[in-house]
Design a protein around this ligand. Structure first.
Ligand code: ADP
Length: 949
């Protein structure tokens, strides 16, 4: 405040003194005293200009005072001058004056006008003081206040949006900005406006997402734009800024831990040089906000994850319980509360531990009482991780539940156990199921174990109680009357009562569930037995007895199979057992089904046994028996039949017969033409049936019965083959005998004729024919004789040591006598061959047959070589020819009796088919072997091997 004074008092001594005094005051005053002309040009400056601002007062004379004032303060300075010139009072104003060093110093100034005699303003007098310290202090206070407000907001608000709202206001108050905003990176790393003051929607839309820094920049620095007209911004941004009327702006990064989170924006309407102080304050606030942002975000995330955890905890079926080190319950989820029998986790947490424990009997898996200290949760507090099955029996309701409890210790930072976390899984349902399944299995075993079903069903009652039911009654028909064959109650005293009741009041009332089950063939489920006691009772006393037995629920399953009803089984529940559920009904029905099957089996047993005996007999008969049902499915096949058709009975039974015997069509057609007059009257048919590529001859007869046809057959393949061979033999032998006989007869007739004069040579030729053909005849007869002796067992063998080489040489000499000249016979003997153990006559016979054959089956001639060799302690005699050979497929069969190769293969060479048979039999009887090697084209080598003597 100033007052206008007048300088027009006349000077005097006092004045001089006073002037000197004033001069002194002016010279010594710390205030800046300045006199300007009305235009503001300095005409006097006091010496303190030098001490405060460094200016030499002399140099200031003639300078417009406004030039020393900070541009931001020009307007106010001009206004103050205008007021003073108009004669008004000028309030003290604070302006910044430039020092000689170029700093701005806060100066508080006031002024007044000095008038001349006419009363016009001649000068302006300004007095001013350096208030920079005060201003500095004020700024500090403002900053502290701003920081205080921010700190307060951080402490007060939990939502980031509220915090930033507060922060924008604080920024505006504590800096002299005209507008402000805060932006944060969102999840897509785009800067988004969170809070703002004085910026338009349009501006925000145009500038959102813009940032002078990239997201991954470490510790970015503020960016200051004192004059937006020369900002160097990209054109769109610059246009938006200018449109919004922003003269200067500052970007202050929000950084936490070196990481950029967002930014503050300060805006000035006019161009403005941003002061360090402003920037510093902004950065301090930014730091606080950044860490608050991170903290709030973390807290939100934590809260979210806690909420999630809580949701999970309350969604999982497992009960979760946390105990403090002192054993106090500190957390329980809803499932845990339910398992223990509380309505909510809150109720459970509020309850007293001793009281809760007192409600239950705690048992281990085997049913023995369990010390609460042994509960896994308690053990975990002692540092032991454990898991065990626990049975809780509610003392009040008797209900029993099973849980698997697993507990772990949670350690504090010190390593000591701070908490235990128990996870409780209620396994009651699966335990019940397990017990019931095991009951079902035991019942099944019991029912299958014996065929004395009545007794078994009685025992079943014993197995069902208490595992499945509180009581069980089994009623079976005995000659048309229902009779109780088994009863059992969990309370043994009541078992007697039940049996007595059944005897006195058989379940004959039509409304009785047993009757309903039997009549309908359907299981009966009685959810509330007591409610139905009256309707199922015979009289009042009976009804009372039913009440006394105290059943809660019941299930009756009928026992019936293949149209026959055997009776019914009744199951009942007795508290504390819970009433039956539909799962129990299914189990009961299953037991009923098994019991019915067992009863049915027992009935079928006698029949089955009879049938089994017949089947057993069939096992041992040599005749094949095959039973085929109407659908052509094999139902029975005895071992003989299996052998004939070369199949496994297990594989054949149940399959279509034509899959088992591919040629079945033939059998069916040949046996099914005429139905027999009476069983067994049909004559068997002898038919060839193809089995695995070879032909079997079956003598087969078919007998139809209501369910299908029984085929009985005998495999005649071997017999037929022998028959065939025999008939072949007869024709062969007749032919073989007729040929020499005809020759002998012809020669003899010619010799007898008197009308023909025969020369000597002709006579001897005819006699040769007679003798050689007689010899051939003798050989044939001989063969037949040998064979018949072998067959009848009349052949005696006298083994001795003999010289095989000389024997062979003798045979070759004898054969050579009548062999054709095209065949060259030879004998080769290795040196020093040992004697052989054989019957010499029989060995000669064998070698004669083999050498004869070698010659016979070499129609085109060739060499026949007999050689001898040693093989270990055996001697081998080989007869090799270059004749027709024997095809590999027939090499076994040529040793069979009467077997001869196809005449096409032997080019009509005659024989009986007995020679090789005799050879094999004789060799075997001399403990030797005989075999043949031939490729079927270029000769054969027969080898006889005999022991060395
Ligand atoms: P056979 O009296 O027909 O000769 P065998 O029992 O001696 O009777 O011989 C049986 C069959 O073996 C003969 O029919 C013949 O087909 C064949 N066979 C025997 N020996 C030979 C041989 N050395 N070369 C070719 N085939 C032979």
């Amino acid at each position: 405040m100033s007052e206008t004074r007048s300088f027009d008092a006349p000077p005097g001594d006092d004045f001089v003194y006073l002037a000197a005094f004033q001069q002194l005051v002016l010279e010594r005053s710390h205030d800046l005293i300045t006199v300007t002309d009305p235009l503001g040009t300095i005409v006097y400056a006091s010496p303190s200009w030098h001490s405060v601002l460094g200016w030499d007062p002399e140099t200031l004379l003639g300078t417009p005072a406004i030039e020393l004032v900070h541009p931001d303060d020009h307007a106010r300075a001009a206004e103050a001058m205008r007021v003073a010139l108009a004669g008004g009072a000028v309030d003290e104003i604070t302006m910044r004056f430039r020092s000689i060093a170029g700093n701005w110093i806060a100066i508080e100034a006031s002024g007044s006008a000095i008038r001349d005699a006419e009363g016009n303003v001649a000068y302006l007098l300004g007095t001013a003081r350096d208030v920079s310290e005060r201003e500095e202090l004020r700024d500090r206070v403002r900053e502290i206040d701003a920081l205080y407000r921010i700190a307060d907001a951080i402490g007060r608000t939990t939502r980031l949006a509220d915090l930033f709202d507060e922060a924008v206001d604080t920024l505006l108050v504590s800096t002299d900005a005209d507008r402000a905003s805060i932006l944060l990176y969102d999840e897509e790393q785009t800067m988004r406006y969170i809070a703002w003051r004085g910026v338009s929607d349009e501006y925000r839309a145009a500038t959102e997402g813009h940032s002078p820094w990239t997201v991954d920049m470490i510790d970015p620095e503020p960016v200051l734009v004192p004059d937006t007209t020369v900002s160097g911004f990209e054109p769109d941004l610059e246009a938006a800024v200018l449109r919004e009327g922003i003269g200067a702006l500052a970007f202050i990064p929000l950084v936490h831990d070196g990481r950029l989170l967002g930014k503050f924006m300060l805006y000035r309407n006019e161009p403005h040089t941003w002061l360090d102080r402003e920037v510093r304050l902004c950065r301090t606030i930014a730091n606080h906000l950044a860490s608050a942002t991170v903290r709030t975000r973390t807290r939100t995330a934590l809260r979210d994850s806690r909420e999630q955890l809580e949701t999970i905890m309350n969604t999982v079926d497992e009960g979760i319980v946390v105990q403090s080190a002192a054993g106090k319950l500190v957390y329980a989820n809803e499932s845990a509360a339910r398992v223990i029998g509380f309505d909510s986790a809150a109720d459970f947490l509020a309850a007293d531990r001793e009281e809760v424990l007192g409600r239950f009997e705690m048992l281990d898996e085997s049913g023995a009482p369990l010390d609460p200290e042994e509960l896994p949760g308690r053990r975990a507090l002692r540092g032991e991780t454990s898991e065990r099955v626990i049975r809780y029996r509610n003392k009040l309701t008797g209900e029993e539940r099973w849980s698997v409890v697993r507990a772990n210790a949670v350690q504090a930072a010190t390593g000591a156990v701070a908490r235990s976390v128990s996870v409780i899984r209620d396994v009651t349902e699966s335990k019940l199921l397990e017990r019931r399944t095991s009951f079902l299995n035991r019942a099944g075993e019991l029912l299958n174990a014996t065929l004395d079903v009545e007794q078994t069903l009685g025992a079943l009652a014993g197995v069902a109680v208490p595992e499945f039911a509180g009581h069980v009654t089994v009623d079976l028909y005995d000659e048309g009357v229902l009779r109780c064959v088994g009863a059992r109650h969990v309370d043994p005293a009541k078992t007697e009562l039940m049996i007595e009741l059944r005897r006195e009041y058989p379940p004959t009332v039509p409304e009785h569930p047993v009757q309903r089950a039997i009549a309908s063939g359907e299981p009966q489920f009685i959810p509330d037995v007591q409610a139905e006691a009256e309707s199922m009772a015979h009289d009042e006393r009976h009804a009372r007895a039913i009440h006394e037995l105290g059943n809660t629920s019941g299930i009756v399953v009928p026992l019936a199979a293949r149209g026959r009803t055997f009776g019914a089984i009744t199951f009942g529940t007795v508290p504390p057992q819970l009433p039956f559920t539909t799962t129990d009904l299914e189990l009961a029905v299953e037991i009923g089904r098994r019991a019915s099957a067992a009863l049915d089996n027992a009935l079928l047993f006698a029949e089955a046994q009879a049938r089994a005996r017949a089947t057993e007999a069939l096992e041992f008969v040599d005749d094949g028996v095959l039973l085929v049902d109407r659908d052509e499915i094999v139902r029975l096949l005895n071992p003989a039949a299996a052998r004939t058709f070369a199949v496994k009975p297990t594989k054949a039974i149940g399959r279509r017969v034509d899959n088992v015997v591919p040629d079945w069509q033939t059998v069916r057609d040949r046996t099914a033409d005429t139905p027999p007059a009476k069983v067994g009257a049909r004559r068997p048919e002898l038919l060839p049936v193809e089995v695995k590529g070879s032909e079997r001859w079956l003598s087969i007869s078919a007998v139809p019965f209501p369910g299908g046809t029984v085929y009985a057959f005998r495999d005649m393949t071997e017999e037929r083959a022998v028959e065939q061979l025999k008939s072949d033999f007869v024709s062969t032998v007749s032919h073989e005998l007729r040929t020499p006989l005809a020759a002998i007869y012809g020669a003899a007739l010619t010799l007898q004729r008197g009308d023909i004069q025969l020369e000597e040579s002709q006579r001897s030729g005819l006699l040769d024919v007679i003798s050689s053909e007689a010899d051939r005849l003798a050989r044939i007869v001989n063969d037949i004789l040998w064979a018949s002796r072998l067959d009848s067992g009349q052949m005696s063998i006298a083994i001795e040591s003999c010289d095989a080489a000389s024997l062979a040489a003798g045979v070759v000499d004898a054969v050579r006598a009548h062999a054709p000249s095209s065949v060259v016979l030879s004998v080769e003997t290795a040196d020093a061959l040992p004697p052989v153990a054989a019957d010499p006559d029989k060995l000669r016979q064998v070698l004669t047959n083999l050498v004869d054959n070698a010659v016979k089956y070499s129609p085109d001639g060739g060499a026949v070589r007999i050689s001898l060799s040693r093989s270990g302690n055996r001697l081998r005699i080989h007869v090799a020819d270059q004749g027709l050979g024997v095809p590999p497929g027939e090499q076994e069969r040529i040793f069979e009796k009467f077997f001869r190769l196809d005449p096409n293969l032997t080019r009509g060479v005659g024989g009986t088919g007995l020679g090789l048979y005799i050879c094999r039999e004789l060799v075997h009887r001399m403990h030797g072997r005989i075999w043949l090697v031939s490729d079927g084209r270029r000769g054969s080598t027969f080898t006889v091997e005999l022991p060395v003597a």
